[in-house]
Design a protein around this ligand. Structure first.
Ligand SMILES: NC(=O)c1ccc[n+]([C@@H]2O[C@H](COP(=O)([O-])OP(=O)(O)OC[C@H]3O[C@@H](n4cnc5c(N)ncnc54)[C@H](OP(=O)(O)O)[C@@H]3O)[C@@H](O)[C@H]2O)c1
Length: 276
């Protein structure tokens, strides 16, 4: 983890320590904020052939490919999570958690990330960001560990969600917000988050939630890690899944870093884009 990365853009090119690289993006202060809307940013690690998830080998559902996941990318994921007031996740994430397939999103209890716990404390933030769960089915378990320490979980769902399930989740968590008729929509979602006082939001869910944020124009920034590998395989997920964007969503390049050390010494690019 000590080895540095090479900043290729913006120029001049320079060596930068990996640790602290995304903290230096200072998302709590310098991110674009429009009309009181929270700053919302996403992040994916992808193969060169655009796969962010592949079929799980033994169970139904998808998973991040082992061939692209790596410690150095995970460090930057943690730095993005550490800067958030709120992390967006999904019903799917909690189901995977119950199934033993998901891990805590921001791992401040892990000694490797103790500096991020200190970083949050220095900013006067609670140890963990709150969590927004987006779900239409409203069928997910709520692990006790998630709400320990007074952490808040807010659920965003649809007007047509099963009322019994809504009441059940409301009893457990207190806060369920309707943010769309048959699908959660990005605009009421962003308004709902702003109304609860959240300013800096990390969208750590998958490609469908990414689509609804992009479709509404509420996603401000995208981080992509391109691991130098091609995977092939079917089925797979890309970073965005849903109807064609018309017009296309335009992004401007903010930063490019070359990391020669992972995965497995092959190399990867860390790239940051802003929604224009
Ligand atoms: N490589 C990476 O960096 C990366 C990053 C993120 C995720 N992933 C992987 O991508 C795969 C898919 O992730 P995911 O299932 O979390 O992604 P997703 O397709 O964005 O979200 C799935 C869940 O979110 C809810 N949802 C999505 N769109 C909705 C809408 N418009 N309205 C209401 N609810 C909506 C649904 O929950 P309900 O079913 O409860 O209604 C749905 O099951 C996973 O294997 C994950 O590990 C990879």
């Amino acid at each position: 983890m000590e080895e540095s990365v090479l900043q290729l853009y913006p120029l001049p090119s320079q060596e930068r320590p990996l640790k602290g690289l995304y903290l230096s993006h200072n998302l709590r202060e310098s991110g674009p904020r429009k009309n009181g809307k929270p700053m919302i940013y996403s992040n994916f690690v992808t193969s060169l052939d655009g796969r962010i998830a592949i079929a799980h080998p033994t169970r139904p559902g998808m998973m991040v490919p082992k061939a692209t996941a790596n410690e150095r990318d995970w460090r930057l994921f943690q730095e993005l999570a550490a800067q958030a007031d709120l992390i967006i996740s999904s019903g799917r994430y909690l189901r995977d958690w119950a199934d033993g397939r998901a891990q805590e999103i921001l791992q401040v209890d892990d000694p490797r990330f103790a500096d991020l716990r200190d970083w949050r404390r220095d900013w006067g933030l609670p140890a963990q960001p709150d969590i927004a769960i987006i779900s239409r089915s409203m069928r997910f378990p709520i692990p006790d560990v998630l709400t320990e320490g007074g952490r808040r979980i807010v659920v965003f769902t649809t007007a047509d969600a099963d009322p019994e399930r809504v009441t059940h989740v409301e009893k457990q968590l207190g806060k369920v917000i309707v943010a769309g008729e048959t699908s959660v929509e990005g605009t009421p979602l962003a308004q709902g988050m702003a109304g609860l006082g959240y300013q800096t939001v990390y969208a750590a869910a998958g490609p469908k939630i990414h689509h609804l944020l992009l479709a509404a124009g509420v996603l401000d920034r995208l981080y992509l890690t391109y691991a130098n590998r091609l995977l092939g395989g079917d089925p797979f997920s890309s970073a965005v899944e849903g109807p064609l964007f018309e017009p296309a969503v335009d992004m401007s390049l903010g930063a490019v870093y070359y990391d020669a050390h992972a995965p497995d010494g092959l190399g990867q690019l860390f790239v940051q884009y802003d929604n224009v």
